[in-house]
Design a protein around this ligand. Structure first.
Ligand code: F6R
Length: 596
């Protein structure tokens, strides 16, 4: 999740831009940089300073320049997409002659063809990024024409040597906000950066562009729509949500969209995974997969096992990472080991990875934090691009992990992928969003059930791990005892617990095991246990057994956990809030578990 900050005014621009980047720090990044003019000595042209890692490294690098009266500056925090996190890939990027410099959020989808064209015209590139293309496009064609050539999404802030008193900006698909102060102007990818600095902002709309200068904000013929900005920093970061957890649950559709973007092409029955390109030939020789992860990522892994066995016909074992390292399993040939981790720093997962590496397995990662230890130490992998997850309980990362597991298993050599399934996968983000629209009724149900002290969560097939994840969410956030169980196991023990004070949350999706789960529910009902069901739209039958039903849209069986988990995340969140807990920071838990 990249961040943009820019300033033009009478004050020193550099410290302001740096401070605003700091405010965007919570979004996560792997490198950062600034570009500015050294007034009055603009002979020197544009200065660019970049650093990999924490913003403090950039802070140190720019320390020597802070006293220079740079009254305009642009800055960026980068979350790598094209090209590894290093200084040359960090923004700002420049054109051939260092006369244009820019920062960019978004993606240039046609960057490969543009690069070929620009190379033929004599342009030389210094980075592996899609963004650098834009600097050269502007050099070649000018700002307005360059924008027309970009297919993709952008939020841009651009400075150029000929007009040092101006910052150009444009937005298409990636957010950008203009802050209006007294005789000074700001740009930010997120209003958070402007909180406390300005009271007036313009939230740019797609297709809008213009300039900020000491002479004001200009947007061609468009009259800027100025709005009031009344937020403190923390509220700004939460974007109006009372908690990060709720904000992140509501990002569910968007993170799945981001995971599929540029990778899933249903019309061509095609999946492209850049992160696996280097190992494609090796994948064809793999005949056995091990998946290891912890907590929520482990539950995603169980669904992953089912996907790999169902679609890639690949025998797959799933292990808790904390067990993996101490388990003396036989050494296999042609084995790949897949590690799933949101943070990329979980100690148990890292230790399991190092064991797999020492066994010379082909290690792969599904990691959200770019450049993290697990991302670095796996041979290849696919990033989630879900943006930072701040709420301690993992929510959006789980959905993103499921999306990526679907992609990898369907992309695996000789997998059983078909157009219909890929089309259905592409529809998942909007289906998640339609579930989120039910948050009010889920909140009411959460209030109704908040008084119980024990819960059973059940599901079968693909929804058995979803039931375990739903139960984990409730445990973490509300401190209520909840167990996730495979519905068919009820009669082998847990049914003894059932009475009127022990509710069951059941995931009952259409598919191979629908009837079986209904029979399990009949058994619970016969013992007086309250039942809340998550069912597919149009299922009237479920009302005859369940006390309450939350409906989610229909989808194909292997995709159902992507929808069934959403109401369970909201249910846990609202119960946690109803019980008065600090849902973003549940007791005894840490976001990144870096100890064994
Ligand atoms: C649960 C949760 C944890 C993590 C686990 C693994 O809500 O957040 O169970 O899923 O600690 O963390 P990562 O995915 O960062 O390796």
């Amino acid at each position: 999740m990249c961040g943009i900050a820019a300033y033009i005014g009478k004050k020193e621009g550099l410290p302001i831009v740096f401070a605003n980047l700091k405010k965007l720090e919570y979004r996560g990044y792997d490198s950062a940089g600034v570009a500015f003019f050294n007034f009055p000595d603009d002979e020197l042209g544009i200065n660019v300073i970049k650093a990999v890692g924490k913003l403090d490294s950039l802070g140190k690098a720019i320390d020597g320049h802070r006293s220079l009266p740079a009254t305009s500056a642009i800055g960026h925090t980068r979350w790598a997409t094209h090209g590894v996190p290093n200084e040359s890939n960090a923004h700002p990027h420049i054109d051939c002659h260092k006369e244009i410099s820019l920062v960019h959020n978004g993606i240039v989808e046609n960057y490969k063809e543009l690069k070929v064209q620009l190379t033929k015209l004599g342009h030389r590139f210094r980075s592996q990024t899609d963004t650098e293309i834009i600097a050269h496009l502007i050099e070649e064609y000018g700002f307005d024409q360059a924008l027309k050539k970009i297919v993709g999404a952008y939020a841009l802030a651009v400075i150029n040597k000929d007009e040092p008193n101006k910052i150009y900006f444009a937005r298409l698909g990636s957010p950008l906000v203009v802050g209006i102060g007294r005789g000074e102007y700001y740009l930010a990818s997120d209003a958070t950066a402007l909180a406390g600095l300005v009271k007036r902002v313009v939230y740019l709309k797609d297709g809008q562009k213009g300039t900020i200068s000491l002479n004001g904000l200009k947007m061609g013929r468009v009259r800027p729509r100025i709005e009031r900005l009344d937020m403190d920093l923390e509220n700004a970061q939460k974007e109006g949500y009372p908690h990060f957890m709720l904000k992140e649950i509501f990002e569910g559709g968007e993170v799945v969209r981001a995971a599929l973007r540029g990778r899933l092409f249903p019309k061509k029955n095609l999946i492209k995974l850049g992160g696996l390109e280097s190992v494609e030939a090796k994948l064809a020789r793999i005949n056995r997969l091990e998946i290891a992860a912890c907590g929520t990522s482990y539950y995603a892994g169980i669904i992953g096992k089912m996907l790999f066995e169902d679609f890639a016909n690949l025998p797959t074992e799933i292990r808790l990472a904390s067990e993996y390292r101490y388990y003396s399993s036989p050494l296999h040939k042609n084995t790949s080991a897949l590690f799933i981790s949101q943070s990329g720093e979980t100690a148990d997962t890292l230790a399991a990875l190092s064991k797999a590496n020492s066994r010379k397995y082909l290690t792969l990662g599904i990691v959200n934090a770019v450049g993290s230890s697990i991302a670095r130490e796996t041979v290849a992998g696919v990033y989630n691009h879900a943006g930072p997850e701040i709420g301690v309980a993992s929510t959006k990362a789980f959905l993103s992990q499921l999306a990526v597991l679907n992609l990898i298993s369907l992309h695996w050599p000789n997998s059983r992928k078909n157009k219909r399934l890929l089309e259905e996968l592409a529809l998942v983000p909007s289906k998640i969003e339609s579930v989120l629209k039910k948050s009010k009724s889920i909140k009411a149900l959460a209030r109704k059930y908040a008084r119980y002290n024990n819960f059973l969560y059940i599901g079968r097939g693909y929804n058995y791990p979803a039931a375990m994840e739903g139960a984990l969410k409730l445990k973490e956030i509300s401190y209520i005892h909840a167990e996730g169980y495979a519905a068919g196991e009820m009669k082998h023990g847990p049914i003894a617990l059932i009475d009127k004070n022990f509710p069951t949350v059941a995931i009952v999706m259409p598919g191979r095991v629908y009837e079986k789960v209904i029979s399990n529910l009949e058994e619970i009902k016969a013992r007086g246990g309250p039942i809340l069901a998550i069912a597919a739209q149009g299922d009237r039958n479920i009302k005859t057994v369940a006390d309450d039903v939350i409906y989610v849209p229909k989808t194909m069986e292997s995709l159902t956990p992507l929808l069934s988990i959403v109401p369970l995340q909201l249910f846990a969140y609202y119960i946690g809030v109803a019980r008065g807990h600090d849902v973003d920071k549940p007791r005894n838990l840490a976001k990144s578990v870096t100890v064994e």
